[in-house]
Design a protein around this ligand. Structure first.
Ligand SMILES: [Zn+2]
Length: 203
């Protein structure tokens, strides 16, 4: 449940592995507040994520909401100012796939909360090597509310908190080659604690 009186900001962070409907949770919360509270919403996503749509956030079970794309690098003053200007009249500002944004996302989120806005940040907290992904975990630390989503393990159906990287259909366990392969079912699957295969080098 989101609450915002336009005075004290409120930060919700939604984390979990791939296929856990993080985007769906973000969309549902935004749409519910739009429809029943009359809130004005702005949704952002990184321009690296063009898997389903360039003008919407789309969840895997079919929910969608209009979204604007931002460059991953939020260090540029122009970008940050654009966010602040574009959201001046908004009650809710949401960032999907937030693990792909640069460290300045933390400052942007703090600024928006200070402005009294409801902020929703959704993203992967762990990469496929079970390491912190992007700067989500720094945002977790000052969240008012944290939603932990699980997926269903692709092997056994248990609750899954890990994202397993696949290569030719089997777990990829070599040292990480790139962190930002924006893939889908052909490259990743959710796995539970029992079925997740740890990469060889997991410092
Ligand atoms: Zn399993």
């Amino acid at each position: 449940m989101l609450f915002n009186d336009g005075r004290a900001g409120f930060l919700t962070t939604i984390i979990g592995p791939m296929f856990s409907e993080k985007s769906g949770e973000l969309i549902k919360r935004c749409k519910q507040a739009q429809q029943y509270q009359g809130k004005k919403v702005m949704v952002y996503k990184p321009d690296i994520d063009v898997r389903f749509s360039v003008s919407e956030v789309v969840s895997r079970i079919g929910l969608s909401i209009p979204a604007h794309m931002l460059p991953q690098d939020l260090s540029v003053e122009f970008v940050r100012q654009r966010i602040y200007v574009d959201t001046a009249q908004c009650d809710i500002v949401a960032f999907d796939e937030a693990q792909f944004f640069s460290a300045e996302l933390v400052d942007v989120v703090q600024h928006l909360i200070d402005e009294g806005k409801m902020v929703i940040v959704a993203g992967l907290n762990l990469d496929y090597q079970n390491k912190p992904f992007g700067h989500i975990n720094n945002i977790l630390l000052f969240s008012d509310e944290v939603i932990v989503k699980n997926a269903y393990c692709a092997c056994c159906g248990r609750p899954a908190m890990y994202t397993q990287r696949l290569l030719n259909g089997v777990p990829y366990v070599e040292e990480q080659i790139d962190n930002i392969l924006v893939g889908d079912k052909e490259s990743y699957e959710p796995r539970c604690r029992l079925c997740y295969v740890r990469p060889k080098k997991n410092k």
